[in-house]
Design a protein around this ligand. Structure first.
Ligand SMILES: [Cu+2]
Length: 357
């Protein structure tokens, strides 16, 4: 019984602390609510807003005078011109109507009119200059995800540069290094602009290949969309804003590309997570080896052999396999809801690897 007497002061102190904490939390919550109300006064299309009754809601991504997509397929190599020893690339951000599957169209914000934007592919050590003209109704910036760029080229609005306003141009310049699989994407209101399509592959090839070049080398950028009543919203992992379309290089199955391979060929797939959800990507037929993670080569002795790899937002996995078995083999996400189009199976994150003799 005597021991219980010692506990009284502790219990009283704990109760006091609990009350103090909950009061502090309440005032923090009130502060957040107040600042959200202030934000809602300056909404832009595609921006999260808070209504007066405090329900979250989203504005659709919409623009006047939307253009047609410049090509049917995204992620195609971007031409450059040489100025001295500098490889000069040109990008224009613009809204287009983008076809995800037959009869399903999104309002997409793009680099050069496709989702993904065009692939920039250079050799390690190249001096690269990228001119970007912003034809979006909103500011933007570009971040060179994973590339070792100087700080001023990192593309972070109001931290490393001023946002590129509608109608303005900006020049990025850096040395492309190290070799590997990278991406470029908007870093201005990324939750909206990246969801809307502002992403693309950036591949830096090694000066001297360290391993045999694959016969088939394909970028696969994985993302999600929310299309509702003919309008496009920024898909997010939150209630009411969950995606209903899932795409590889901007297309959902059955309109994802078929990868054609001859039996015995070495295949490299560069998986890149550019959406907001995780995707366990599973290969049928043969296992694969993870040869690079986030652009960096994995030493031979540390390379895992697997048939499923979890690709999280921002990650890249270069996987390789030899197509030893002929047939039509599936590559798909193993969160099986992600292999649907607006809840109808099959669809979404699936593609066929067609191995012929
Ligand atoms: Cu998935």
């Amino acid at each position: 019984m005597r021991k219980i007497h010692y506990l009284f002061p502790i219990i009283i102190a704990s109760l006091f602390l609990l009350t103090a904490c909950s009061t502090q939390n309440k005032s923090e919550i009130l502060n957040v609510m107040e600042s959200e109300d202030k934000l809602s006064a300056t909404v832009t299309p595609g921006t999260m807003t808070t209504s007066s009754d405090n329900n979250h809601m989203m504005q659709p991504i919409s623009v006047e005078n939307i253009q047609n997509a410049s090509e049917e397929i995204g992620g195609q190599p971007l031409d450059f011109r040489l100025e001295g020893n500098v490889k000069v690339f040109e990008l224009v951000t613009k809204p287009v109507t983008w076809q995800i599957i037959q009869d399903v169209f999104a309002t997409a914000w793009t680099y050069n009119g496709t989702v993904p934007g065009p692939m920039i592919r250079v050799t390690e050590g190249d001096v690269v200059r990228i001119l970007i003209k912003n034809e979006l109704p909103e500011p933007t910036t570009i971040h060179w995800h994973g590339i070792a760029v100087p700080n001023a080229m990192d593309g972070i609005p109001d931290i490393t540069q001023k946002p590129i306003l509608p109608g303005e141009t900006f020049t990025y310049e850096f040395i492309a290094q190290p070799a590997g699989t990278y991406m470029y994407h908007s870093h201005y209101e990324g939750d909206v602009q990246v969801s809307a399509g502002l992403y693309a592959p950036f591949i830096v090839d090694p000066k001297e290949p360290t391993s045999p070049a694959p016969s088939v080398d394909v970028n696969l950028m994985i993302s999600e969309w929310l299309l509702r009543d003919g309008e496009t919203f920024a898909a997010m992992p939150m209630a009411g804003m969950e995606p209903n379309y899932f795409t590889i290089n901007g297309k959902a199955f059955p309109d994802t590309e078929t990868i054609n391979v001859k039996k015995g060929q070495l295949v490299r797939l560069r998986l890149a997570g550019i959406g907001q959800l995780v995707h366990p990507i599973h290969l049928h037929g043969v296992p694969f080896t993870i040869v690079a993670t986030d652009g960096h080569p994995v030493p031979k002795a540390a390379q895992l052999t697997k048939d499923t790899v979890l690709v999280s937002p921002g990650e890249r996995y270069d996987i390789e396999f030899i197509a030893t078995e002929s047939g039509q083999w599936l590559l798909h996400c193993h969160i099986l809801h992600h292999t649907t189009n607006n809840n109808v199976e099959p669809g979404g994150l699936m593609l066929i690897i067609n191995v012929t003799d």
